[in-house]
Design a protein. Structure first.
Length: 387
């Protein structure tokens, strides 16, 4: 698309968003909408989701027949920029949009795409991820949850752990061992499971800060049709790895935004809270803020490249691992600065600054730990010998 065409597109997007984004969605600290049948939508969230989904802008680069708008990467980026300019939240953010959708587009058969992609795009269904098990985290391929074929079905038994928000989700994509005698990575299937089926249950895990982010998810002889296996029986490892690339890019990219800052930059925030005189007297803090700003710009450029690679289906595991490490470490560093600037006020229970500071270290674990990402880069990108 030429520059003038892109400018025309930007003007159209801007006018439409200004006319259609409800007031609540434009608040600096508006709540993320994770959507799905169990989500307690506010009136504005529902309206925003319906309006954006009708245009295909909840999943803008997806094909139209699956709920998207077939925007080019540049157009999708313009949409993101215009949403940010308005301070508007995205209408739906969840693991279906970020992770399962791209994996289904790549590995799903036509029937699976037609059935599962539109309800992700419209926000009707919310998905969770059943990868980790009590004995399989970093060493994911040692998973034991098993699926035994019975006629046209798989009977699934086992449990998953650290399933984010499983008790609020409608479906789960899970890794299941279907060929116990095959080599470790070959006997795994990627299965789509309706959480309302008999035998599926969840038990929330309460965290130290009182939140209930995770669940343990149990499968007790759950009967799932073989048509719900994505990418072929016993070939789920490739699907799983592809999905992880999108998960890691998404987690890394999220390090570019700070909910604790709302619509402010770190510079604006520090100037507002401390005043220029105090800031001028603290060269160490100024240096930290400058480093954060430069790295935030670098992350933006990295994300733009990652988006292009993803749409061109050329995203590599090392690119997404690198983005995850860089983005999450940056966010962790930023949350420390935000807390330092906020001082005692930031430590108050419920304060955004302390919440972000406590929360970001989790992102260096979820989706695979920093150590594992560095191992991937060391092996695949640098060719370093493994210990
Ligand atoms: C916020 C968050 C959300 C999550 N959401 C989900 C979810 O929705 N679904 C899901 O399935 N899972 C989820 N997880 C689980 C996550 O994927 C695992 O916690 C992660 O893969 C690490 O596994 P583990 O906890 O078993 O740690 P372990 O694998 O036991 O690792 C323990 C420590 O040892 C290190 N280590 C392990 N192996 C190596 C190695 N070879 N080289 C160097 N160091 C190593 C690790 O880096 C880590 O520091 C989530 C986790 C978090 C924190």
């Amino acid at each position: 698309m030429s520059d003038p065409e892109l400018q025309t597109f930007r003007a159209e997007v801007r006018a439409w968003l200004e006319a259609n984004a409800p007031p609540e969605i434009r608040q600096p600290h508006a709540e993320t909408c994770f959507a799905g049948r169990r989500w307690p939508y506010s009136a504005d969230q529902r309206l925003w989701l319906d309006r954006m989904s009708a245009r295909g802008w909840t999943t803008p680069t997806w094909p139209r027949e699956y709920g998207g708008a077939e925007l080019s990467p540049q157009q999708a980026h313009v949409l993101d920029q215009e949403l940010a300019r308005l301070g508007a939240r995205k209408p739906v953010e969840n693991q279906g949009v970020w992770m399962l959708g791209p994996a289904l587009l790549e590995y799903g058969d036509e029937e699976q795409k037609r059935r599962h992609l539109p309800p992700i795009s419209s926000g009707e269904l919310r998905w969770c991820q059943g990868y980790s098990e009590p004995g399989a985290g970093s060493d994911l391929a040692s998973l034991q949850c098993r699926g035994v074929q019975d006629g046209d079905d798989l009977i699934i038994t086992g449990s998953k752990i650290w399933t984010s928000h499983a008790d609020q989700c409608d479906w789960i994509f899970a890794l299941v061992r279907t060929e116990p005698d095959a080599p470790q990575h070959s006997g795994i299937s990627f299965v789509l499971i309706d959480m309302s089926l008999p035998g599926v249950s969840t038990r929330p895990i309460r965290l130290l800060n009182g939140e209930r982010h995770f669940c343990q998810t149990f499968f007790d002889e759950v009967r799932v049709p073989l048509t719900n296996v994505v990418g072929g029986r016993g070939r789920g490892w490739s699907v799983a790895k592809y999905l992880l690339q999108h998960e890691r890019s998404q987690i890394g990219g999220a390090g570019g935004a700070s909910r604790a800052l709302g619509n402010e930059t770190l510079v604006q925030y520090a100037r507002r809270l401390l005043g220029d005189e105090a800031l001028a007297a603290d060269p160490r803090l100024r240096q930290d803020i400058i480093d954060e700003q430069i790295d935030s710009w670098a992350l933006e450029i990295w994300m733009e490249r990652t988006r292009d690679l993803a749409v061109a289906r050329q995203l590599s595991s090392t690119a997404s691992s690198g983005l995850k490490v860089f983005g999450t470490e940056l966010a962790k560093r930023r949350s420390e600065i935000v807390l330092a600037v906020a001082g005692d006020d930031g430590l108050e229970a419920g304060a955004r600054a302390s919440h972000a500071w406590l929360g970001w270290p989790m992102s260096t674990v979820g989706g695979g730990t920093t150590e594992i990402q560095l191992n991937i880069i060391a092996k695949r990108e640098l060719g370093l010998p493994q210990g």
